[in-house]
Design a binder for this molecule. Structure first.
Ligand code: IPM
Ligand code: MG
Length: 370
């Protein structure tokens, strides 16, 4: 058997621990099948880390994250920590992980499951069969640019500053991920920026165009202003296959795309670093939804986005395509069987708890693997 895969679980805050609990059951299931073994360690991130250590991510946890094959994260944040100083808010823990692991490529698929197509606020024919992939740059841009801060002016007013910065290499490496994914899908890439307003957007467009000419001329490339992309996403989302965009636009467009699917509770994500010569890369997998403090601890959370994120982990970190397909298929089967957590409940379906959803998934996995 190959060496054990090292996983660091960071359940985080709110519903994070509950949804992560269901992933642990799937991992146990896989361990029992003995096709693969995981060495799992667990750590704190976000508000729970602040409560224990006075920081949203302890240095030891950061170091552990750098040493494992993949990190699985639940969610961070909650009202309890909203009034903390900016530097120790739960989100800083997440941003530190992204930055120090250099997870520059954030893959956010927005897929409409047939069984849930009616749940979208958009018309059925607009979203049915939707399957797009947003590739969001994750370690640069205005999220991390300097200068930043809040300063007081001589006349007593205050001024808040953030800076949009991108270098050639930052643009090229994330665009490359977009082109490569497009090749494995419908071979179409749309790059979104604001080249009509921002120099960083002009550079973005130029570099993506150059890379296209140099290495990816077989892929169909289009450019779109990010505001137009936001509009097109609700007008006709199926025109897109892969979208590549910067950190801030990607944050916004991926939330929008998630709502096309009607169920934020269903969307996974992968954040990837550069592969080394042996193909290994830092990686972190997390659901797109937040910590949902209003329903935390009540067994109401939907664990499917976190389970699908684990599926992405199998796919992108461990090259275990069959097992990843198995998880995707099991999710579809439980949905087709009419089982729903509260967030995706519809008339005529059966509402079940977080743990029951986990059990239903395991039962499907048993059937599929039999
Ligand atoms: C996301 C979130 C984060 C972001 C927050 C929690 C810092 O909205 O992952 O999309 O803005 O990147
Ligand atoms: Mg966001």
């Amino acid at each position: 058997m190959p060496a054990n895969k090292k996983l660091l679980m960071l359940p985080g805050d709110g519903i994070g621990p509950e949804v992560m609990g269901e992933v642990k059951r799937v991992i146990d299931w896989m361990d029992k099948r003995r096709t693969v073994s995981f060495d799992i360690t667990e750590g704190l991130v976000g508000g729970s880390a602040y409560d224990a250590h006075g920081t949203p991510l302890a240095d030891e946890t950061m170091n552990e994250a750098l040493g494992v094959d993949a990190v699985l994260l639940g969610a961070v944040g909650g009202p309890k920590w909203e009034t903390l100083p900016f530097e120790v808010q739960p989100e800083r823990g997440l941003l530190r992980l992204r930055k120090e692991m250099d997870l520059f490529a954030n893959l956010r698929p927005a897929v409409v499951f047939d069984a849930l197509a009616e749940a979208s606020t958009l018309k059925l024919d607009v979203v049915k069969g939707l399957d797009i992939m947003i590739v969001r740059e994750l370690t640069g841009g205005i999220y991390f640019g300097d200068p930043r801060g809040i300063e007081t002016l001589p006349d007593g007013q205050r001024r808040g500053i953030n800076t949009q910065v991108y270098t050639t290499n930052e643009i090229r490496r994330v665009a490359r991920v977009g082109f490569e994914l497009a090749r494995k899908r419908s071979n179409r890439l749309c790059s979104a920026e604001k080249a009509n307003v921002m120099e960083a957007g002009v550079l973005w467009r130029e570099e993506v165009t150059k890379l296209h000419e140099e290495e990816f001329s077989d892929v169909e490339l289009t450019h779109m202003y990010a505001d137009n992309a936001a509009m097109q996403l609700v007008r006709n989302p199926k025109q897109f296959d892969v979208i590549v965009t910067d950190n801030l636009f990607g944050d916004i467009l991926s939330d929008e795309a998630s709502m096309c699917t009607g169920s934020l509770g269903m969307l996974p994500s992968a954040s990837l670093g550069e592969a080394d010569s042996s193909g290994c890369r830092h990686a972190m997998y997390e659901p797109v939804h937040g910590s949902a403090p209003d329903i935390a601890g009540q067994g109401k959370a939907n664990p499917l986005a976190t389970l699908l994120s684990f599926g992405m982990c199998l796919r992108y970190s461990f090259d275990m395509m069959d097992d990843a397909d198995l998880i995707d298929q099991a999710v579809q089967n439980v949905l087709n069987a009419g089982l729903r957590t509260a967030d995706i409940m519809e008339a005529g379906k059966k509402e079940i708890s977080t743990a029951e959803m986990g059990e239903a998934l395991l039962a499907e996995l048993d059937k599929l693997a039999a």
